[in-house]
Design a protein around this ligand. Structure first.
Ligand code: COA
Length: 184
């Protein structure tokens, strides 16, 4: 099996769609999600990775920008200084069923976190099971003063601090319109 991980390019888009339809079947929401993110100002092409196996897209991991809303104190004032506008949200993340369990997901995750660490965003966010993500350094967002986006169960809201993490980064995550109707 000859595989490699690269930042996605337009020639991958059809394969990305097929891989996400396969990984999340019968849901088509995740395939729609990346297509919507690509058309938005929140897309970061350098952080949207595909793993190809024998030149076919076998899996996808996307990091894109999300914003943060300052927490408001009881007096109506923001409880913390305005946070940086851009954090990274991990979604979608999927590997074709026929290729799961062979380490491709882990390799995508390591590559994406390595690339993210070289930039200035302070944190990667994901919605998922802590048991799956703690091996990559994720922890509950609540432990770091970050609040889950509206509609997301707090215990599934996880964060992975990066080198440029700053404890002053606090607030509630605001998902861009692309995520409407999709649980990331
Ligand atoms: C999650 C997923 C991307 C992992 O890809 P993969 O290539 O099978 O992953 P690997 O072979 O590198 O590692 C498998 C590990 O992923 C873990 N895993 C399984 N489901 C997972 C999930 N929903 N989220 C995160 N990790 C998961 C397994 O526990 C396994 O761990 P182990 O090595 O301790 O047994 C893939 O299973 C998938 O596409 N699943 C369906 C879609 C999905 O649930 N995506 C993630 C949530 S958005």
């Amino acid at each position: 099996m000859a595989w490699e991980i690269v930042a996605e390019r337009p020639e991958h888009y059809a394969g990305v769609r097929q891989a996400l339809l396969d990984a999340f079947s019968p849901s088509e929401a995740e395939a729609g999600l990346i297509e919507s993110i690509r058309q938005s100002r929140f897309y970061v092409p350098q952080l949207s990775f595909v793993v190809t196996v024998d030149d076919e897209v076998a899996g996808v991991l996307v990091l894109s920008h999300v914003g943060l809303r300052p927490l408001v104190g009881l007096d109506g004032n923001a409880a913390h200084p305005a946070p940086p506008a851009r954090l990274l949200q991990l979604a979608p993340f999927g590997v074709r069923r026929s290729h799961q369990g062979r380490g491709l997901g882990r390799a995508l995750m390591r590559r994406a976190l390595r690339a993210a660490a070289l930039r200035d965003e302070p944190v990667v966010l994901v919605v998922g099971d802590l048991a799956h993500y703690m091996r990559f350094g994720f922890e509950p967002g609540s432990q770091q003063g970050l609040v889950a986006p509206a509609g997301v169960a707090p215990e599934r809201f996880l964060v992975r601090r990066l080198d440029s993490w700053d404890a002053g980064v606090r607030g509630q995550v605001e998902l861009p319109p692309s995520f409407a109707g999709v649980t990331p």
